[in-house]
Design a protein around this ligand. Sequence first.
Ligand code: ZN
Length: 130
Amino acid sequence: MRYRIQTAKPQQFINITPMVAEAIKNSNVQEGIAVIYVPHTTAGVTINENADPDVVRDMISALDKTYPVQGEYLHCEGNSHAHIKASLMGPSCTVIITDGKLLLGTWQGIYFCEFDGPRNREFYEKILRG
Ligand code: ZN
């Protein structure tokens, strides 16, 4: 399944858990795995706290301290910080499906991580029975 999203900020974590969960519900898969894949080099995906939005803000802030937007980079596009952050978060995550639902901890959410927005973005979800 392919999703299109529009990010609104230069750097932003978007909780995509409801979209991912909806597809699992519609698939009727009770036991299996879901793979979420982001086909971009300046965006990624991660799982982290969904209760306090300050957590993802702190993550962006901490990443910025280590990999500032403006830095001693060679890449001529000027978005090396975004490439680095995208690789740190990674291009995919895998979540177990059990009893027809995502096996996530109470405080876990799946986040699309924008590091070079705002842009039109996409991500994929593959649901495997097993
Ligand atoms: Zn670039």
